[in-house]
Each structure stands twice: as structure tokens, then as C-alpha cells.
Ligand binder design. Structure first.
Ligand SMILES: [Ca+2]
Length: 168
């Protein structure tokens, strides 16, 4: 299983600048109830997936997740699964993490290619962006969020947004 990690922090400033004046290709929003109380669970209440074009004409996608309460300076991974090719199965996973050092997102394209990118965390919201060409999508990207309780390999509780199925 080949895992290729490329830290793209050099692009952080340009991502933020571009996102502010981005040409939105499409964007969709999902909501979930404030319905989880387990230890350390980031209770997902809002999420948005956006595909946009930067000033150089390159397409990016951004995934945003907002929790019901402030995430704090250290929190467990929040997983975002993506379905963008073929049948209704997950094609990639983004893990949003803030444990040591600045928050980041890891993109794992099944079965094994991966990239890291810096995440932007503001209070209750975390968002991350990757080049759309990494996915090579053949359809509009569907996504769903899994947020497990903290500090355990086998989490006692997981918030799922949506409760079943996908956001489209
Ligand atoms: Ca929730």
C-alpha cells in the first residue's frame, strides 16, 4: 500500500486568499441534530462541501464541519467520507485532526494514496481544502461525517452526520 504524503502548507495563504473571492462551481450544505453527548465527541451540526475555482483556474474542493460546541485546542479525529466515482461507495476519507501541532487534514484515497493539508480551525468550525484533481471525480461529490469520542481506539460513541446515507 503506497502512501504518499505531501505537506502543502506552502499553499495555505493562497488557499485562504483564493477562497475569499472564489468562483463557486457548486456547493451543498448538510445539517445534523445536536444529538451526541459522549466524552470528547465533536457533535456535528453543520457541514458544507464546496467545489470552487481559484484565480489560476484550478479547481479545489473544501469540506467544512461545524460542531455544537467549541472544539478547543486539542480534539480527536473527525472523519469525512467522500463518494465521487462509480457506484454508491466511499472513495476517500478525510481525517481532520488537532492533537499535536497545528490542525491538519489527511486525505486518504482508497485503497492507499494519501496527502496532508493544513486545516483552518475557528472556534466550532474546521475546514480543509484539496486540489480537485486529486480525486478525479466522475460525479458530484457526496459526503458524510463520522465524529468519534476521544482517546479510544474503539470509540464508545460516534456522531454520524447524516444519521444514515450521504449529503449530496
Ligand atoms: Ca450531531
Amino acid at each position: 500500500m503506497a502512501v504518499i504524503l505531501a505537506i502543502s502548507s506552502l499553499f495555505m495563504g493562497s488557499i485562504l486568499a483564493d477562497a475569499a473571492s472564489a468562483d463557486i462551481v457548486f456547493t451543498d450544505t448538510g445539517f445534523d441534530a445536536d444529538d451526541t453527548s459522549g466524552p470528547g465527541v465533536a457533535d456535528v451540526v453543520f457541514t458544507r462541501r464546496t467545489v470552487w475555482t481559484n484565480a489560476n483556474g484550478r479547481r479545489w474542493f473544501t469540506v467544512r464541519v461545524r460542531a455544537s460546541d467549541p472544539l478547543g485546542s486539542v480534539w480527536n479525529g473527525v472523519d469525512v467520507f467522500l463518494d465521487y466515482r462509480g457506484g454508491p461507495r466511499k472513495d476517500a476519507r478525510i481525517t481532520m485532526v488537532n492533537i499535536e501541532g497545528p490542525p491538519y487534514c489527511g486525505l486518504l484515497i482508497f485503497p492507499g494514496e494519501g496527502w496532508d493539508a493544513p486545516a483552518v480551525q475557528v472556534n466550532r468550525t474546521i475546514l480543509c481544502s484539496f486540489r480537485l484533481s486529486l480525486l478525479d471525480p466522475t460525479k458530484r461529490i457526496r459526503w458524510r461525517v463520522l465524529s468519534p469520542s476521544a482517546g479510544t481506539i474503539d470509540p464508545t460513541e460516534t456522531d454520524r452526520a447524516p444519521d444514515s446515507g450521504w449529503y449530496t
